[in-house]
Design a protein around this ligand. Structure first.
Ligand code: CA
Length: 245
């Protein structure tokens, strides 16, 4: 098969041939995930502890990381921080309980999505496909050139081509999902966008069961960009409203 054919396959099936790093210390779970993801046409590598996970992420530059929270050595939170510090990559975090998910969201760890064990492999695959579509979309956005690439609202400048964000003189480093969410909000300033709408547009979710994932990323954006940019409309959603200059 020629390179051209391989490229066409990739464009008709988003995420086809992607590399997924699985960081999970329970062998049965790690093996089951790896087998399922391989059968979906993805390349997989398994790391069995936190430090190996960070090392593997730096070495293989995965398209997505599936990351268990409870790991020997350094835990998933620290792994997520170290991976994101080196190279922004989407992270889907596996948690043991719903309240653990809430705790992580509160901490704003920088994961793109969360799943609580036990989960179905079908659901995991669906979430990973959504993450990979986001990566594809981000790559397309970075082909945007010229004036279209720049969004300027107040003192916030978003460069979609370079995928860089500045507030005033300061450059703000965002994860891929935080960046997508900010672009969605800033593209329609002073407009309230519902959590369900943001979830559908940014995460490709069709149901509303993940709206707290939106909340966690809003928290992260506020922590990084300042608390005064995004207004909460209680019970509805969020609006991007920088203070008047
Ligand atoms: Ca574990």
């Amino acid at each position: 098969m020629s390179y051209q054919n391989a490229h066409n396959d990739a464009s008709t099936r988003p995420g086809m041939g992607a590399t997924i790093l699985i960081v999970e210390d329970e062998p049965a779970i790690a093996t089951a995930i790896a087998q399922r993801l391989t059968s979906e046409g993805w390349r997989t590598e398994v790391a069995r502890d936190g430090l190996s996970g960070v090392e593997a992420a730096n070495r293989i530059k995965p398209d997505v990381v599936v990351l268990d929270v409870m790991l020997p050595g350094i835990d998933g939170l620290e792994v997520c921080r170290r991976i994101q510090a080196e190279n922004p990559v989407p992270v889907l975090m596996l948690t043991a309980r719903d309240d653990e998910t809430d705790m992580l969201i509160g901490l704003g760890v920088g994961a793109d999505d969360y799943m609580t064990k036990p989960f179905s492999m079908r659901e995991l695959v669906a979430r990973l496909k959504a993450l990979l579509r986001r990566v594809d979309r981000a790559a397309q956005a970075s082909n945007t050139s010229g004036a279209d690439a720049l969004i300027t609202v107040g003192d916030v400048v978003i460069d979609r081509a370079q995928r860089r964000v500045h507030r005033g003189e300061e450059e703000i480093h965002l994860t891929p999902t935080e960046f997508e969410l900010l672009v969605m909000l800033a593209s329609s300033p002073k407009t309230v966008q519902t959590r369900e709408h943001l979830l559908a547009e940014v995460w490709d979710w069709v149901d509303a069961s993940g709206t707290r994932t939106v909340d966690s990323h809003i928290k992260a954006l506020r922590r990084k960009l300042g608390a005064d940019l995004i207004r909460t409309v209680h019970g509805v959603g969020y609006a991007f409203e920088p203070p008047a200059q």
